[in-house]
Design a protein around this ligand. Structure first.
Ligand code: PRE
Length: 629
């Protein structure tokens, strides 16, 4: 008889060991930072990270752990290692008087997104936090300028709603400096105070911006009335006070926890990656260690003479300074004049930035540095499909049957999620032929990732029930995101295309008889990459392509879904100069041989049709041969 308590106590002691090992690893990474200070070297070393990840993935596999699982864990560990090392160097360079408490001003009440960002940023000082809740951005600036708070935390831009102009405008008139930045994922959840169910809910309290960012999910709850509050933290406070099972709030799970609320549904935002970038302001600027990637923010006005902005951008380029942001705001009182907000990836004290600033001063009518601070972006080191593909003990040693002509050299680059199509590393997409159960979708995503695929596709439409279809789109997106896969779905009508484009990375056009042009026009007006199945005649395919391109969308690839002869494929590829994918069945006995032959002929990707019960070993073999050979 298996004793649950015994197993759990075993798990708990393993977890304890894991934590103490993680703490030891963190101490070692701080030793690395100290050694890099004595022997100056950049903190980030992506070659080392790559070697580390490959070794860990291979070791993980021998222990039965997924490559994806190991990668996720180590991305988090390395991010923490890099940020901790950066914080250590910064503290050594900018020693602070040891104070028992640090004060910070932010927008909203306890639990607001700004509050969570402030806590995250100031956590590293290991001091008690004194929090100043502010009602407006102006009040935050006033609180820091007057010395009541040491730091102010302000949102500056959001991936769905864009720049927060009021903050840019206030930065123009302050003496405060930007001393830090951080990016917070904005993960809207439905929060409740009691044990309840979505079907019981009658009213949801939220902020208008949150409502806007979750509009697609809210469409699936037509019975629920939405009431607006001044901030999501106010909505949480209200719901926590009333303790009813028919009301809920929308906001972050961590924020809700501060009010005793539980997340009932998570991941409600329309945008896959909903992130807000915050800046931290203080009265005194900081110095940034040279081993750390730094950002400098400045504002400038160029006057109205033609080409003035271009001149300034050329100065940055000539000094090899990458610009990461450029925003413009009108100058009050000077009609048609603009103030530009610029972020560059450079340390203000570096010689090339100083030289650029000196040149800029001679060519602009106004310039002010707002601050130089450590960049908080630790982009995860991504392994190529080649590094990720596992060696197969007995992969068939097939050779392409004949020497095939090389494809046209340059076809336009197509970006599907974070993957780009190229002949060297063809895109490997999978398309489920039927919609599986949730567990099935998750298992399929796990396998696709583990076996070297990059895109998960599934039929989300065709039910005639738009709420049902919406739920599928969101589910596909959520599961794929969990496994770092891009998404694909076939669409039949312009309306479906528009909805798919709001959530997915690649859209496969499957026009209804007689309605082909409507769908092609809609595809041309979309900003998402689309996959256009070949027509029977090359000339008809070229007309289709023209229809899509003429509406503006340049993100177009072709799909051969019928196993046409290679000569036909090459002809259409030559004539169109577009990337071409081939649709194959995973159960095809010759899949690997066909795939290799097509790759060497210049095909840039594969779309494998699969059924829920299929085992994806052929996908693994194909990936292995495509990326390793
Ligand atoms: O080995 C180093 O140089 C480190 O800084 C440690 C470490 C890690 O945590 O493993 C962190 C950052 C580097 O990009 C590479 C590796």
């Amino acid at each position: 008889m298996i004793n649950l308590d015994e197993i759990r106590s075993h798990i708990s002691s393993l977890d304890k060991e894991l934590l103490s090992l993680l703490a030891k690893r963190k101490d070692l990474s701080l030793d690395v930072a100290r050694s890099k200070l004595q022997n100056p070297r950049p903190i980030r070393d992506q070659e080392r990270e790559e070697a580390l990840l490959v070794a860990l993935i291979n070791q993980g596999r021998t222990l039965g752990l997924d490559a994806h699982y190991v990668t996720q864990i180590y991305h988090t560990i390395i991010e923490d290692s890099v940020l901790s090392q950066q914080a250590l160097l910064q503290d050594l360079l900018n020693p602070q008087d040891k104070v028992p408490a640090i004060s910070v001003a932010f927008l909203g009440l306890r639990g607001s997104y700004s509050n969570m960002a402030a806590r995250k940023y100031l956590h590293r000082f290991n001091a008690q936090l004194v929090e100043h809740n502010c009602d407006t951005f102006q009040q935050i600036f006033d609180t820091v300028e007057s010395g009541q708070a040491q730091y102010g935390v302000l949102p500056i831009e959001n991936t769905s709603s864009g720049a927060i102009n009021d903050v840019f405008d206030l930065m123009q008139h302050t003496n405060l400096s930007i001393v830090g930045e951080l990016t917070q994922p904005i993960e809207h959840c439905l929060l409740v105070a009691t044990d309840t169910d979505v079907s019981k809910l009658k009213t949801l309290y939220t902020h208008p911006q949150v409502y806007q960012q979750c509009s697609q999910y809210l469409k699936t709850l037509p019975q629920v009335k939405v009431e607006f509050c001044a901030a999501s933290s106010n909505a949480m406070e209200l719901v926590a006070k009333q303790q009813r099972d028919d009301i809920g709030a929308m906001g972050s799970a961590d924020g809700g926890a501060l009010h005793g609320l539980k997340p009932l549904v998570t991941g409600l935002a329309n945008q896959k990656k909903n992130m807000t970038r915050f800046i931290v302001v203080a009265r005194k600027p900081v110095e940034v260690a040279e081993q750390i990637p730094a950002k400098t923010s400045f504002i400038m006005s160029t006057g109205q003479q033609s080409g003035a902005l271009v001149e300034t951008l050329l100065i940055l380029r000539n000094h090899d300074i990458p610009m990461t942001k450029l925003e413009s705001r009108p100058i009050i009182g000077n009609p048609w004049e603009e103030m530009f907000y610029v972020d560059v990836a450079a340390n203000v004290n570096s010689s090339h930035m100083q030289a650029a600033l000196n040149e800029l001063k001679d060519s602009v009518s106004f310039i002010k540095v707002l601050g130089c601070y450590p960049s908080a972006e630790v982009a995860p080191t991504r392994l190529s499909s080649k590094a990720l593909t596992q060696p197969q003990a007995s992969s068939p040693k097939a050779q392409p049957s004949a020497e095939l002509p090389a494809a046209k050299a340059a076809t336009p680059m197509l970006q599907v999620g974070r993957f780009s199509l190229s002949q060297q590393e063809p895109l490997l997409a999978t398309l489920l032929e039927q919609w599986p159960e949730r567990q099935g979708l998750q298992e399929m995503a796990r396998q696709v990732k583990e076996q070297g695929g990059q895109v998960l596709g599934a039929p989300c439409f065709g039910q005639g029930d738009s709420q049902f279809e919406q739920a599928r789109l969101l589910q596909l997106r959520e599961v794929a995101q969990q496994f770092d896969l891009a998404t694909l779905a076939p669409v039949h009508t312009p309306e479906q295309l528009q909805r798919a484009a709001e959530s997915l990375d690649l859209i496969l056009l499957q026009p209804i008889e007689g309605k082909r042009d409507e769908l092609l026009w809609a595809a041309g007006r979309s900003t998402r990459p689309v996959l256009l199945p070949l027509n029977d005649k090359v000339s008809d395919t070229l007309t289709d392509i023209e229809t899509v391109l003429s509406e503006g969308n340049r993100q177009l690839a072709l799909l051969d879904a019928q196993g046409r002869p290679l000569a036909d494929l090459l002809a259409v590829q030559q004539a169109s100069a577009l990337p071409l994918l081939s649709q194959l069945d995973t159960n095809n006995d010759m899949l690997v041989e066909l795939g290799l032959a097509l790759k060497s002929a210049g095909i840039q990707g594969f779309c494998l049709t699969v059924l829920e019960e299929d085992n994806l070993s052929t996908l693994a073999q194909l990936a292995q041969r495509l990326y390793r050979d």
